[in-house]
Every structure is written in C-alpha cells, then in structure tokens.
Design a binder for this molecule. Structure first.
Ligand SMILES: [Zn+2]
Length: 271
C-alpha cells in the first residue's frame, strides 16, 4: 500500500495539472468506491466545484474544492493520473472513476483491486479526526513522539504503523526506520529509553524524507502521476532484503511475521 512518501510524490506530481481546474463531469464504473452516497449524488454535488488546493494528510490525497473536500485513499492498487486534452485515452481497463475538467483534461482513478475509496464531505475532520500527527511537520517534535509512545506495551513496529499514533507510516517505512534506529521491531515501546526514542524520531523522518527524495517505492502498484516508477525500492536497507547482508554489520537480514505483517530487520545490530 502506498505510504506517506508515495502519496506525497503523487500529490506533488498532480498538483500543477489539477489546481484551478473546474470539475465539469464525473463518471464512475465502480460506485462502491464512493463512501456515503451514490454515484449520481456524488456527481451532482461535485459538479461545478473548482480544485483550489491539493495536499496530503496521512495516506489521503486531499482536494480542497470550492465548497467541499474530496479525499482519495489509494489503498492497495489505486492510481491517479491526468490525461491532457487531445491526448489519446490510455488503454487502462481498471479505470473506476473519471473527473472531467473544464479545459478538456480529466483525472482518472484506476484501481485493479477495488479497495480504493473516494469521500466527498463538507469537512474532512469526519474522516481524519482520529489520525495522529504528521511526522514531517515542524510541529512534530521529539517530545510529542515520546508522549505518543509513553506507557505503550505494544511492540514498537505495529505502533509506528498505527495511524492514530503517527500519520502515514506503513510496513516499508516502519521497517526502514527501525533499521536506521537500530531498534528491534519486537521491542515493547515502553522499554525504549529516551535516547532510543530520540534516535527513532530522527530515523522515521529520515526514512520518509529519503523515500520522498527517491519519489516513492514502486514495489507493486504505486506509480507516479506521470506513470513512471519511484526509485526508493533500490535503496532499501531492510524491507524485502531478507537473506541479504545488512549494510551496517554484514549479517543477514531476517524476515519474521509480526502483527500479521512481514517484518525485515537485522537481529545483530537491531536490539
Ligand atoms: Zn546489522
């Protein structure tokens, strides 16, 4: 599933092509992707609204419209791309929704697995109120991170992936952050010292920023707005590296199951 760096990269790629555009039509071939209303009501309500801003909250793409907010969650296999006016329509049989724009271009939501979701709401708080802080915001401090972990007896890795604790971190970047911080993913959060927490804080931000610098990880369905692949899968230290030598100590990276998720780490230098 796309995580913070993938969604951020997609937002940056789409932003120039969608900002300022007015929505002049909406078509859906998979109405169940729309949450809380049928596709006719959705089309009626979004018609004539202009895209004022596109940004990201956690793993959601957030389109601020003239009077509503459109949130898109890509889930497993969602893709979003703009087809400019006059360009041949891409041969894509997994397009589930098309937003038509006033300049003849359109925004397509393609989703093989059909888990992606569209929300059209007056106020996004109804969807995002329970989500924790954005790890790359200036307001996210080591003290805030420490407070979120205080007294938690759960293993640190599932806690990092808990969206109510911290926004946007999933399986890839949790594994990468813990490798950087040299912390065993199975450690109970309440056994981390303040030095461990401080190191993990910087590791989480470092892993996410590196992911953004490499335009995300294209290990499965994630593609950038232009259809190209991200490069971060070529820079993994732990995720998917089982059997390969740890880049720090040379010992083999192990794969275990933790909270039903494949978890990759170095048992020698992550303690
Ligand atoms: Zn190692």
């Amino acid at each position: 599933m796309p995580e913070l760096p993938e969604v951020e990269t997609l937002v940056r790629g789409l932003r120039p092509d969608v900002t300022g555009r007015m929505i002049t039509g909406f078509e859906s071939t998979w109405p169940r992707q729309i949450v809380g209303m049928d596709s006719l009501a959705f089309a009626d309500r979004i018609y004539g609204q202009r895209v004022e801003r596109l940004w990201r909250r956690a793993k959601y793409l957030v389109f601020d419209l003239s009077s509503d907010v459109l949130l898109v969650h890509l889930k497993m296999s969602g893709r979003l791309y703009v087809t400019p006016q006059g360009q041949p329509r891409p041969d894509d049989r997994w397009v589930r929704a098309i937003f038509l724009f006033d300049d003849g271009s359109d925004l397509r939501f393609s989703d093989l697995r059909k888990f992606g979701r569209l929300y059209l709401v007056g106020n996004m708080e109804s969807i995002t109120a329970q989500i924790g802080p954005e790890p790359l915001d200036e307001s996210f401090t080591p003290a805030l991170f420490a407070a979120a972990l205080t007294g938690r007896a759960r293993s640190i890795k599932p806690l990092l992936m808990d969206q109510s604790v911290i926004a946007g971190v999933g399986n890839i970047y949790a594994d990468e952050a813990l490798w950087r911080a040299q912390i065993d993913p199975r450690r109970a959060a309440n056994t981390l010292s303040s030095t461990d927490v401080e190191r993990l804080y910087h590791a989480v931000r470092g892993a996410l920023n590196d992911g953004i610098d490499h335009e995300g990880s294209s290990i499965n369905w994630y593609r950038k707005a232009d259809g190209g692949t991200g490069e971060h899968q070529n820079h993994f230290n732990a995720y998917g590296q089982q059997g390969r030598p740890c880049g720090r100590c040379g010992g083999p990276i192990h794969k275990i199951w933790l909270g039903q998720r494949g978890t990759h780490f170095c048992p020698v230098c992550q303690v």
